[in-house]
Design a protein around this ligand. Sequence first.
Ligand SMILES: [Zn+2]
Length: 460
Amino acid sequence: MKINEPRQNNLTQTSILAQNAGKAEGKLTYSSHLRKFKLRWILAVSCLPLFGIYTAFGIAPQNLNDVPISMVTEEIALPFENSTLKSDEDLSQTFWYKDYVRRDDTLNSILTRLNIRNRSVFEFIRADITASEIASSLTPGRQIKAETDIEGNLIQLEFELNNSQLVRLVKTEDGYESRKDLRVLTSQPILKSAKINSSLFAATDSANIPDHIAIQLADIFESEINFHTDLRKGDHFNVIYEGLYDQGELVKAGSVLAAEFINNGKTYRAIGLRDDTNKMQYYTPEGKSVHKSFLRSPLEFSRVSSGFSTARYHPVLQKVRAHKGVDFAAPTGTRIKASADGVVDFVGQKGGYGNVIILKHANGISTLYGHLSRFSSGLRRGARVGQGAIIGFVGMTGVATGPHLHYEFLVNGQHRDPMKVALPRTNAINASNKTAFELASTERLAQLSLLNSTNIALLE
Ligand SMILES: [Zn+2]
C-alpha cells in the first residue's frame, strides 16, 4: 500500500529542529531526554509571536537552510498557555508519534521508533489476543500512531491492521486494554499539477503524487501517449484523485477521478466514472472511452521500466532484415500485457524470437511478443486472455543483444506499425450512465480548468 504523505512526520521534523538548536548552543549530546527537552524548548519558542522565531533561529544562521521553517508554524497549536514552562505542566505533557512499518521491522524496532519505553507494553502485546495481531501484521507501509508521556510510557496506540480495521491500545488503571475498531475512510478529491522536466516519476515525486497515481495516469492515456518514449520536457498535467481520509487525516490515495495531460502541445482529457461493478472507467469529455481496442505499448509502465536506458541496446535483427516490429527496451522481468482481448495462438520457442507468444484477436489481427524471459504460469495455446492481462516477462532469449520486448502487430498476416495503426475505441458511455457522466464531467472539467488557471503561472 502506498501512503500519500511525506514519510517524515511533523514530529520527526521538529526533532531535527531540536538537534539543530542543540548544535547552535554547542551541545552535541543527543540523549533522548535532552532531545525531548530541546523539542519542547523549540515548541515553546514557536508559541511566541513570529518575530520570536526569527530571534531564536538567529543564533544559528548556518543551519537555517536545513530548517523547514514552515513546519514550525504548524506546531503552534500546542497546549502552552504562555511561553513560561512550569514544571508540573512539563511532566503532564504528552507526545504523539506517527510512523509506518518498514521492511524488516520488528515489534521492538517500531515501538522504539515511536519512543515507547515501558516494557509492559511489549508484554501486553505479546500476551493479549487482539494486541498480538500488531506483531503478526507488520506489513511495510502500515501506519502506527502512539501517544506517550515525557518518560516514554505509552498512553494510547493505534495500528492500521488492514484497510478496514484498526487495533487500539489504551492505558487503564492497571495496565492496557485492546480493541478492534472499524476504520471509516471518507473520500475527498485531491487536485495536483506537475510539469515534466525529465520523467513522469520525477514530476509526480516533486508534486508529492503517489506512484500508483502516476501509473494510473500512464494507463489512462496509454492509447494516445506512449509514456516510455513520447514525453517531452515542458509537458504538463493536472490530475484529480481520491484522497481517503480517516478522521480528517489523509491515509492513502484511491483512484484517479479526472486528468488532463498536455503532451507535445496537444491536450488529452479523461473523466472517470465507476461502472456497475464499481470499477473506474475513463471517458473523453464527449463520453467516448479513452481506451482503444489495443494497447499501444504492451509493457507495464513502472518506475523501473520508465527509467530504463535505451543506450545499451541495439536491435540486432534490424541489420539483418527489414524490421517487422517495435522494440521496447526494458529491464528483464518487466511485465508484459496482452494488448487486446484474444486467444493464445502460440506459446513457446521460435528461432530468433526466443520465447514468444502469439495472440489472435478479432478482425484478423494478431500480436506477437518476443525474447521473453518467461511466460505467465498456466498460459496455454487456446487460452483466452483479456486486454491488460499479464502474459509474460521481458528477457533476451533468441537473437537479442539486450533485454527488450519485440512486439509485432499483424492484420491478416501483414505487418503494421503498432504505434501508428488506426484503432477503434472501446465502449462509449452507455445510455443509463449518461446523466451521471454529464454531472461528473461538468464538475471535473471545472476543477481541471481551475487547476490550469491557478497553476499556469507556477509552471512557467
Ligand atoms: Zn525487434
